[in-house]
Design a protein around this ligand. Structure first.
Ligand SMILES: *Cc1c(COP(=O)(O)O)cnc(C)c1O
Length: 458
């Protein structure tokens, strides 16, 4: 075991050392070698050291350098040193972290990490929370609490009696709600399409003037941090409306909620703290390993009613929180330990600095691209940049060239019927030099593809 794990650590360190210089996307040859894994289940076993060697030799070169400093696809960070180390150690502990009495160490660390997050985000003191796999499941979990509370207030116990025959409730979303919210509504029996959809503005935020009149028990699904623009819904206006009708406001803050940690930037998501539930991802801006989402609800009894689990063989104590009463899962890895480690390493100031640094890097990308004459498609206030390199075909060609070149990696999206390249800056290890090097590559490749800046076209 010792030799094997030392070998694994050595190989992992070699990989991490390669990140700053290796091409971000794997080569076509490396990906083609994955073919070597394709075999039927071998009847005989293989030495563990050989299993590891095969994995490293074939899979490592075929991996995307997502953990590295110049991966700007999606909105996903890398892994902070303390959180990766904690992940390794906690994997060795192999704790099934559903029940406090059985796994006191991990459930204590998880409770502390949640308390720290509630403080970091300035959420209400009554807030309860649970660690889940990601923001999709965090949205699902929080919306299950919302469904419970709204129907409870209408005199119905949805967990006991189900939705058939329940009082009718309305769900408000926006034209720009994340698909994981839509999916969660489907999984909750509320319907992917049975929603009132609020129109959005140029940054993908709900138009406050277009909010619907509320007539029935209602759940309003809002967003801070649009995946394309970073735009956020007008939460004061939404909460004013909701408070007047006893509606539940849910915030999808998969990455946007981390702005609450930045004293300088939390005004961008102003009003978020008035909501009833929040979903976020630690594997995005906090830079912990996958998978790590968190669901928060200010109404502890509602979250517990939606998620609690009991059986004679599952020990409950009155004095300690059982993690499995706050999440869809029973058996679960102790992903909160990585969050605890990241928060312990950074402190509150370190989280604020990380968030601010990423936003500053995004600003630099936008300024550099705009100075070269390329069009920035939405105001840049967070860590997201949308850029067009001319026509949709030119933009597609530049994105392809950037992905192939390997200096950095950015994805494609569509924003208000135009093709755009999306730059998301989320990694703790991205430096000013990484930004300058990536920007230079983008401009060089745009020129080589022949994309015309708007200045040249004029
Ligand atoms: C990333 C993201 C999600 C989905 O999160 P997963 O962790 O991939 O499940 C949901 N909403 C928003 C706004 C996101 O950015």
């Amino acid at each position: 075991m010792r030799d094997l794990l030392s070998d694994a650590a050595r190989r992992a360190l070699d990989y991490l050392d390669s990140l700053p210089e290796r091409p971000v996307a794997p080569s076509a040859q490396s990906v083609a070698r994955l073919e070597e894994f394709e075999r039927s289940l071998p009847p005989a076993g293989t030495d563990a050291a050989e299993v590891l060697r095969e994995l490293d030799e074939i899979a490592t070169p075929a991996s995307m350098a997502m953990a590295g400093p110049r991966f700007f696809g999606f909105v996903i960070g890398g892994s902070l040193p303390a959180s990766l180390a904690a992940n390794w150690l906690a994997a060795a502990w192999d704790q099934n972290s559903g029940l406090h009495a059985v796994t006191p160490a991990t459930s204590t660390l998880e409770r502390l990490a949640l308390d720290w997050l509630i403080e970091l985000f300035s959420l209400p003191a009554t807030t309860a929370a649970g660690f889940v796999t990601g923001a999709t499941v965090a949205n699902f979990t929080a919306l299950a609490a919302a469904r419970h509370a709204v129907l409870r207030d209408a005199g119905w116990d949805v967990e006991a009696d189900g939705l058939i025959g329940a009082p009718v409730l309305d769900v408000v979303v926006s034209e720009e709600s994340h698909p994981s919210v839509t999916k969660s509504l489907g999984m909750l029996g509320l319907g992917r399409n049975r929603v009132i959809r609020v129109p959005t503005d140029a940054r993908g935020a709900m138009k406050a003037t277009a909010l619907p009149k509320l007539k029935r028990p209602t759940i309003i699904c809002t967003q801070i941090g649009n995946v394309n623009t970073g735009g956020s819904d007008p939460l004061h206006a939404i909460s004013d409306l909701a408070d007047a009708h006893n509606a539940w406001v849910h915030v999808d803050g998969a990455f946007g909620l981390w702005l609450a940690a930045s004293p300088g930037r939390r005004t961008l998501i102003e009003g978020y703290e008035r909501a009833h539930s929040w979903a976020t991802d630690a594997h995005k801006w906090l830079n912990v390993p996958y998978d790590s989402g968190i669901a928060f609800a200010r109404d502890e009894p509602a979250l517990r009613a939606a998620m609690s689990i009991t059986a004679a063989y599952l020990p409950h104590t009155d004095t300690h929180r059982n993690p499995s009463d706050y999440t869809p899962e029973l058996s679960r890895k102790a992903r909160g330990v990585e969050v605890w480690a990241a928060l312990r390493q950074l402190g509150a100031n370190g989280v604020a600095e990380l968030v601010d640094r990423c936003c500053d890097h995004a600003r630099r990308f936008a300024d550099g691209l705009a100075a070269a004459g390329f069009e920035i498609l939405a105001e840049v206030s967070m860590n997201q940049v949308l850029v067009s390199f001319g026509s949709d075909a030119e933009t597609r060609a530049v994105i392809e060239a950037i992905q192939q070149d390997g200096t950095c990696w950015c994805g494609i999206t569509e924003w208000q019927r135009r093709t755009a390249m999306r730059i998301s800056v989320c990694n703790w290890s991205t430096t000013d030099a990484d930004v300058e090097r990536s920007l230079a590559a983008m401009l060089r490749l745009a020129a080589s593809v022949g994309a015309a800046s708007s200045r040249e076209r004029r």
